[in-house]
Ligand binder design. Structure first.
Ligand code: CU1
Length: 517
């Protein structure tokens, strides 16, 4: 570009710079995190006691639906796309993303998609109330009229994700600095490369699912209606063919983040780099062939149940390899416990709990009991919150000094960590027990015997929610008043040694590839 950088609002609306677009993604996703979080607070407030206190059951269903949709598609996914935008070009020595204008378009579709989705709350009949998995025929037959806007919103969001992924693949494949071979790339780049392929593969499947819903609702088809010769279970097969890889789309970049942070604060190189790459690829491959473990109760043939049970259990092997590598990286390291490291260690510990409950759920006969209970809710919040969101918190503390040139308040960061850790476990650990005791998910009222654990769960949720405001304050305070960092000194390490984040290339000395000169 020959002219200077745009100023004011047009800097953001016309942004093509990967750092500006990364910043937009991160702030957008944080605002969605607060919105989806406030829905969670409403859910937990209603569940504080048995009986109906605060909201109508239909509005409760709208809250669970919108909470899930906004957290998955609005908060977690865009947060990691933001990290990808910011960090991948820096990590591979590229001048920018490969397709900067498409990058702008990818981002600006998102506020439109989520404005449409959020506006359904104010529409006649209210927002979608059929759960974030929008199973047909519930979502095609008994849905509020706003379902059409929901479909439109999903389409736009999917378009954004696909374009973002194409950009990430194009950048990594084409713009690596000379000498940056694939097996030298930082692991975060590797996890995103694999994630981007998952996204390109499954977002169109999601688009197909919502398009078939649209046809059933408005154009007289019967894809999912048994009365017209269709099959309601077909919807679940299509949805989960997207939905299972989707959970790895969320967690693989988190694995990448943790694989950057743990070596830094252990002062050792990552143990088993190549095995990490292969394990990530293996997890991605397996994620395509296990989808019906979400459907053990629909009445599949026994061979199907057994196949999906064993295939799902296979995922434990590469995942365990990763956990082994993280722990071995820390082993005999000179570890210090700054905020990013605390969040990363908590990630490894809590995500492993989520993995183990995942194994429990993978056992088809046992899943007959667990299905649609709070045990499932506890399981996937250990992977989504302690997995994805803890690693996002770690990433922001880790890279904030690099992004802003200013150091965050370490004590406040640690307070944020410990309050989050406490609040998170108070919220979700008891949900295992009430789930095993038979409390169904997605209900605004419950039997008296679940009251104590639900109250603990709600208190934990309010604590976790409040701790995010401290996080927000810390980030803003860092940007405005944080102590200026130098390239050399970011954290003071063990034994008073000064050190900085390892980087594949020295800061500010990127080699411009020949085609950009
Ligand atoms: Cu799954």
């Amino acid at each position: 570009m020959s002219h200077g950088p745009a100023k004011g609002l047009s800097r953001w609306f016309l942004a093509t710079n990967h750092k500006d677009i990364g910043t937009l993604y991160l702030w957008f996703s944080f605002s969605m995190f607060l919105l989806g979080g406030s829905f969670a607070m409403i859910i937990r407030a209603e569940l504080f006691q048995p009986g109906l206190q605060l909201i109508e059951p239909n509005f409760f269903n709208q809250m669970t639906t919108m909470h899930g949709l906004i957290m998955v598609f609005g908060a977690i996914m865009p947060a990691f796309v933001g990290l990808a935008n910011y960090m991948i070009p820096l990590m591979i020595g590229a001048p920018d993303m490969a397709l900067p204008r498409m990058n702008n378009f990818s981002f600006w579709l998102l506020p439109i998609a989520f404005a449409i989705l959020a506006s359904t709350l104010f529409m006649d009949g209210g927002a979608p109330n059929f759960g974030w998995t929008f199973y047909a025929p519930l979502s095609t037959t008994y849905a509020p009229p706003s379902v059409t806007y929901f479909i439109f919103g999903i389409h736009i969001m999917g378009l954004s994700s696909i374009m973002g992924s194409i950009n990430i693949i194009a950048t990594i494949m084409n713009l690596r600095a000379p000498g940056m071979t694939l097996m030298k790339m930082p692991l975060f780049v590797w996890t995103w490369l694999i994630t981007a392929f998952l996204l390109v593969a499954v977002m169109p499947v999601l688009a197909g699912a919502v398009t078939m819903m649209l046809m059933d609702i408005h154009f007289g088809t019967s894809f999912f209606s048994a009365a017209g010769g269709g099959d309601p279970v077909l919807f679940q097969h299509i949805f989960w063919f997207f939905g299972h890889p989707e959970v790895y789309i969320i967690i693989l970049p988190a694995f990448g983040v943790v694989s950057e942070i743990i070596p830094t604060f252990s002062r050792k190189p990552l143990f088993g780099y190549a095995s990490m790459v292969y394990a990530t690829a293996a997890i991605a491959f397996l994620s395509f062939i296990v989808w019906a473990h979400h459907m053990f109760t629909v009445g599949m043939p026994l061979v199907g149940e057994l196949y999906f049970m064993w295939a799902t259990m296979l995922i434990a092997i590469p995942t365990a390899a990763k956990v082994f590598n993280w722990i071995t990286t820390m082993f005999k390291g000179s570890i210090t416990f700054e905020t990013p490291m605390l969040f990363s260690i908590a990630f490894v510990f809590l995500f492993t709990i989520g993995g183990f409950t995942g194994l429990m759920l993978a056992i088809a006969p046992a899943d007959m009991q667990y299905h649609d209970t709070y045990f499932v809710v506890a399981h996937f919040h250990y992977t989504m919150v302690a997995g994805a969101i803890f690693s996002m918190s770690a990433a922001i503390y880790y890279w904030l000094p690099k992004w802003t040139g200013r150091m965050y308040n370490e004590s406040m960061g640690k307070v944020h960590f410990w309050i989050s850790f406490l609040g998170f476990n108070l919220t979700f650990f008891p949900q295992h027990f009430i789930g095993l005791a038979g409390m169904p998910r997605r209900i605004p009222d419950y039997a008296l015997q679940f009251a104590d654990f639900n109250m603990i769960s709600s208190i934990g949720a309010f604590i976790y929610g409040a701790s995010q405001l401290l996080f927000l304050y810390n980030v803003i305070a860092t940007i405005k008043y944080g102590e200026k960092t130098t390239v050399k000194k970011t954290w003071e390490g063990a034994n008073g040694l000064e050190w900085t984040q390892p980087s594949p290339l020295p800061y500010h000395t990127f080699t411009t590839p020949p085609e950009f000169k």
